[in-house]
Each structure stands twice: as structure tokens, then as C-alpha cells.
Design a protein around this ligand. Structure first.
Ligand code: UDP
Length: 234
């Protein structure tokens, strides 16, 4: 497989074409951003760690019958993936309250949310990724109503697999963000699943094991990302 031109560069990843029309290379960078890119930095070896964590989680999901764009790991920083048309919606699943929802709704940090909550955000940096409803999605033609149902169902299925997976490894999966793409008329999971896109709290200590360490300057960022990799690899 040949690496071709860069198709797209985002905040944390680059996408390259390959000699196969329907396959791309997803390259993971060390760059980190927060608060709609107002805060910028680098997390040493983050690209390597997030590529490996995403690879492992896409494999776990595939074993549970949930397809994704993941095809195979190429090297430390790159995975081969199906070329999809990204649906411009960030689908967030929450098992406990933290982050934007506690500010928006005035609820208590750490509140258990059961059954889990699904939220949609419009993937548009210039608007600051606003929270949107199903009616907004219809208005903006981001997806059809049956597609929204499919996004929600897939997101909840993914939570059903990942929540116990992390629990067994001493981590509470607090919340996470997913992106999906259209591939041969089908909706499949895309992007990445990593400490950049999830929140994990250590079950024993309550320690934050995700990008909140960068967002809130909690220190020991690199070590924590490595610890997540170690636990998901077990
Ligand atoms: N998230 C993400 N990308 C974004 C916004 C959020 O990956 O652009 C993830 C975030 O890491 C967390 C979940 O989505 O796991 C919910 O984030 P929240 O809405 O609480 O936003 P934040 O507090 O990060 O502004």
C-alpha cells in the first residue's frame, strides 16, 4: 500500500490518500488543543499512544459486532482505514456528569446518569461545536431522522461494550465523543477513541486519566496516557 497526498489535516490527526480509492491512512499527531483550540500544546508520544488505544478499542468493538472504519495498524502512528464521508455531528454519550453538561444544566459533578444520555453537537469550529437537537440536525440536513436513530443506537451499543471493558480495567468511562461516517450507504464508526475523546476516572482513586489533565493543567499527562494504554492492552 502506497501513501499518497494529504487529504485533510485536523487538530490531532492527518488523513492521507492511498493507492486504493476507498482506503486512507489516519496519522496521529502529538498536538493537543482544548477549549475550541484556544489552548494549544503538545503531549509527547500522544500520537503513538492514541493510535494504539484506538486500534485496540476498534478491535474490541469489532469483536462485539460493531464495525468501524478501522482496517489495520500500519505503524506506531498510522492506521489504515476505510474512506468514509464524515457525518458532521459529534455524538456524546455520558454515564456521569462532568464538563459542559454541568455548566449547561447546573447539575452536580459526578452525578450518575443511568440510563446513559446521548447528546449531539454540530461539528463546526467556527460556531464552537454547539449542542444541537434532532430537529436542528434535520434543519441543517446533517442526517435523516432514521440516520439519527442509527447514530444513537450505535453510540449506546458502543457504550454497552466499552463501559464494562473499562470497568474491568479499573476505569470509569465517564463520557466520550464519537464520530461516524457514511461508507457504502452504511453508517460506521470513524475517527478515534482515546483519552483525547473520552473521560476516564480511576475507580480506586478518582484520578482523571484523560485530556482533562491537559485542559486543567493537572500534570503527569504523558504518564497517564501511557497508563491508559497499558490498561487497555491487558
Ligand atoms: N469531546 C471531544 N471533542 C470535542 C468536545 C468534546 O472529544 O470537541 C469529548 C470530551 O473529551 C468528553 C466528551 O466529549 O469526553 C464530552 O465533552 P463535553 O461536552 O463535556 O465538553 P468539554 O467539557 O470538553 O467542553
Amino acid at each position: 500500500m502506497e501513501k499518497g497526498d494529504m487529504l485533510y489535516e485536523g487538530k490531532a490527526k492527518k488523513i492521507f490518500l492511498t493507492d486504493k480509492e476507498d482506503e486512507v491512512i489516519q496519522y496521529f499527531k502529538d498536538d493537543a488543543t482544548a477549549f475550541n483550540a484556544e489552548k494549544k500544546g503538545t503531549i509527547l508520544e500522544k500520537g503513538v499512544v492514541n493510535n494504539k488505544i484506538s486500534t485496540r478499542l476498534f478491535q474490541v468493538l469489532a469483536d462485539a459486532g460493531i464495525p468501524s472504519h478501522f482496517i489495520q495498524e500500519i505503524n506506531d502512528r498510522e492506521m489504515l482505514a476505510r474512506r468514509v464521508n464524515i457525518i458532521m455531528i459529534e455524538v456524546v454519550v455520558r454515564n456521569r456528569a462532568t464538563g459542559s453538561i454541568i455548566k449547561r444544566l447546573g447539575i452536580e459533578e459526578g452525578l450518575f446518569i443511568s440510563p446513559p444520555l446521548v447528546e449531539y453537537f454540530y461539528k463546526d469550529d467556527s460556531l464552537g461545536d454547539p449542542l444541537i437537537t434532532e430537529d436542528h440536525i434535520r434543519l441543517l440536513k446533517l442526517a435523516t431522522p432514521p440516520q439519527v436513530t442509527e447514530l444513537r443506537n450505535q453510540a449506546l451499543k458502543i457504550n454497552d461494550v466499552l463501559l464494562p471493558f473499562f470497568q474491568q480495567r479499573g476505569m470509569m468511562l465517564v463520557d466520550f465523543k464519537l464520530e461516524f461516517g457514511l461508507w457504502n450507504g452504511q453508517i460506521i464508526l470513524a475517527d478515534e477513541i482515546s483519552p483525547d475523546t473520552c473521560r476516564f476516572w480511576d475507580i480506586q482513586t478518582g484520578e482523571r486519566m484523560d485530556k482533562d489533565r491537559f485542559r486543567k493543567d493537572l500534570g503527569r499527562i504523558e504518564e497517564t496516557y501511557q497508563e491508559v494504554l497499558k490498561r487497555v492492552s491487558s
